[in-house]
Ligand binder design. Structure first.
Ligand SMILES: *[C@@H]1O[C@H](CO)[C@@H](O)[C@H](O)[C@H]1NC(C)=O
Ligand SMILES: *[C@@H]1O[C@H](CO)[C@@H](O)[C@H](O)[C@H]1NC(C)=O
Length: 205
């Protein structure tokens, strides 16, 4: 809010203290409302109740709009900047799971509270389907789940959803000069969306 302060000699000078006094209670009210939102508290309790008490707890990887990390976490994997405007629909909260029970609790609590679940791995979908919706929604962002275990003996690899294609190629190349995995050519595409959705194979030298 921009407040135009009157010049000292202007006819409005006497009004300044009243204006400030009127604004201060408003700010106090606003701050105390931001501190405790009953719906957020219930959601957080639901997430804690339904996830395993493992470390880190789900509360430390859940971001509500009042958290300072909410916007950076939201924006970090928005690859289509058309969907990074003030008008873009925002999630009720974001969970960045570090183990499976965080995902289970997020899905169950979203169902209880009628929130749609959007799952984002690398955020590369051009329509923003992994991070926007026209109904109330949450984002489960998989970037913490990115481990890759390559087993050259049986020519297989176990890859978590948040790993990127480039990371997969790199880990395979570390172990073999003749093995590869045919997927996309853009290294920052997330494995989860690529393999569960539109994946195509290209082997290139
Ligand atoms: C955000 O809101 C939740 C729920 O009311 C609260 O538990 C949390 O402490 C708040 N976070 C900040 C940074 O104010
Ligand atoms: C969480 O669990 C506690 C203890 O069992 C219960 O009292 C509370 O209602 C639960 N809250 C939610 C939101 O599930």
């Amino acid at each position: 809010m921009v407040i135009n302060l009157p010049k000292p000699n202007s006819q409005f000078a006497m009004k300044t203290p009243t204006t400030i006094l009127a604004i201060v209670p408003f700010l106090l009210l606003y701050v105390s409302m931001a501190d405790s939102d009953p719906i957020q508290d219930t959601l957080l309790q639901c997430l804690s109740n339904l996830s395993q008490p493992l470390s880190p707890p789900i509360s430390s990887v859940t971001y509500f709009p009042n958290d300072s990390s909410y916007t950076p976490v939201l924006q970090s994997y928005i690859r289509n900047l058309r969907f990074s405007t003030p008008k873009t629909p925002k999630p009720s909260f974001i969970v960045t799971p570090t183990h499976v029970s965080h995902i289970q609790a997020s899905i169950l609590c979203s169902k209880i509270h009628t929130l749609q679940v959007r799952i984002r791995s690398g955020g590369h979908d051009y329509d923003g389907l992994s991070y926007i919706s026209d109904v109330p929604f949450i984002i489960i962002d998989m970037f913490n789940l990115q481990s890759i275990t390559v087993n050259i003996e049986d020519e297989s690899a176990w890859v978590e959803s948040g790993a990127t294609l480039g990371e997969v190629y790199y880990r395979i190349a570390e172990q073999s000069k003749v093995h590869g995995y045919p997927a996309g050519v853009c290294p920052t595409v997330g494995v989860g969306g690529h393999l569960s959705g539109d994946w195509q194979g290209t082997m290139a030298e």
